[in-house]
Design a protein around this ligand. Structure first.
Ligand code: PMP
Length: 354
């Protein structure tokens, strides 16, 4: 830290992203990316439609917002885009929280929520999960805070139903409820249909997982037009060109090929079922996952030890040194070949340890 950094950031603890090795000869199952690249069809569409790069990008990206809205029975006025959904989550903390109206989120959830709360100086309530690691909707009733829930939750993978989310919306009519659906396309049920009914609901999704675009950075929020106008006011006060022209074109290209997205999601769900079954055969406890990852613990080897031994063998998974979950690891679901490499290495590690 230099001597020039503002004192308000002196105690900042930034988010720690999963490792992103430069050399890709590892089995990378640590940051929940899609193992499949964007399709040839999507890439060709993007190449043919990218706005000349000497010009600034299109403002507001109307076509992409209209296309996304149409997917969920909404209009362009219900959608705002972000440079990854992380950016939109940050804007949510800026727009809907302050010292009087803090934030609430599960104590075991996406690690960026407490980072954004600390960065923006917002008091936050971290609500414990149930013993089975599920979110208890009733714990969020009438909190008088902006509520942020990842659904499916991360790193557990456990999902609430829209009916359960609806109870939270009903019991918090004067607070924004943000449902972060980064992983919704892998078996959960989206809360998008509730948007017409609740003016306090904001649903956030990303192109990073089911749509193969983690490297291009594209996310979106859907909600009542007044909420979207709030977020646009924040965006136009910080960086109106938050979506670059290449990302915009690729986003449109990927939406031209929804069939591939659906097929990839089905493959990942099949690979998840296979991985869960094999991990259970090896004695692992695996939480019920609706996401493109599983959260698993073994009583034969500690979570950190397994993570480190796999890393030595060129297999990256994610371990969180946090009370209550340090025995678990989060494992991204990749191709069947990647899962077989993981499983074979785990078998060998367990055998060596006997
Ligand atoms: N929400 C959750 C729950 C996540 O796990 C992630 C990815 N790490 C994000 C949001 C952000 O994704 P992105 O910025 O790539 O859209």
């Amino acid at each position: 830290m230099s001597r020039f950094l503002s004192s308000k950031y002196a105690s900042l603890v930034p988010y720690t992203p999963g490792e992103q090795p430069k050399i890709l000869n590892v089995t990378k199952l640590n940051t929940n990316e899609c193992p499949f690249p964007p399709s040839e069809k999507a890439l060709a569409w993007a190449a043919a439609h990218t706005r000349p790069l000497n010009l600034y990008p299109e403002l507001l990206c109307g076509d992409l917002r209209a296309k996304l809205g149409a997917l969920y029975g909404l209009g362009a006025e219900n959608i705002v885009l972000g440079n990854g959904s992380d950016e939109l989550l940050y804007f949510v903390f800026l727009a809907y929280c302050d010292a009087q109206h803090g934030a609430a989120f599960p104590s075991i959830s996406y690690g960026f929520y407490p980072v954004y709360a600390a960065f923006t100086g917002i008091p936050c309530l971290e609500v414990p999960l149930r013993e089975d690691f599920s979110v208890a909707p009733e714990d969020y009733f009438g909190l008088g805070r902006t509520i942020v829930i990842a659904n499916p939750n991360a790193p557990t993978g456990i999902c609430l139903t829209p009916a359960e989310v609806e109870t939270i919306l009903q019991k918090n009519p004067d607070s924004v409820v943000v449902i972060d659906e980064a992983y919704i396309d892998f078996g959960g049920e989206t809360c998008m249909p509730l948007i017409g009914k609740y003016d306090n609901l904001l649903v956030i999704q990303t192109f990073s997982k089911s749509r193969s675009m983690a490297g291009a950075r594209l996310g979106f929020a859907a909600g009542n037009p007044a909420l979207i106008a709030d977020l646009n006011a924040v965006i136009f006060s910080i960086n109106p060109y938050n979506i670059n022209s290449m990302t915009l074109a690729l986003g449109l290209g990927v939406l031209e090929d929804e069939e591939t997205t659906r097929k990839n999601c089905r493959t990942i769900m099949d690979n998840r079922a296979y991985t869960v079954a094999e991990l259970k055969k090896l004695g692992f406890t695996v939480l019920p996952s609706c996401a493109n990852f599983v959260f698993a613990a073994s009583d034969r080897i500690g979570g950190k030890e397994l993570y480190l031994q796999l890393k030595e063998r060129g297999v990256l998974i994610r371990h969180f040194d946090k009370d209550g979950i340090s025995n678990f690891n989060r494992i991204t679901i990749g191709t069947r070949e990647q899962m077989d490499i993981l499983l074979q290495n785990i078998r060998e590690i367990l055998e060596e340890g006997v």
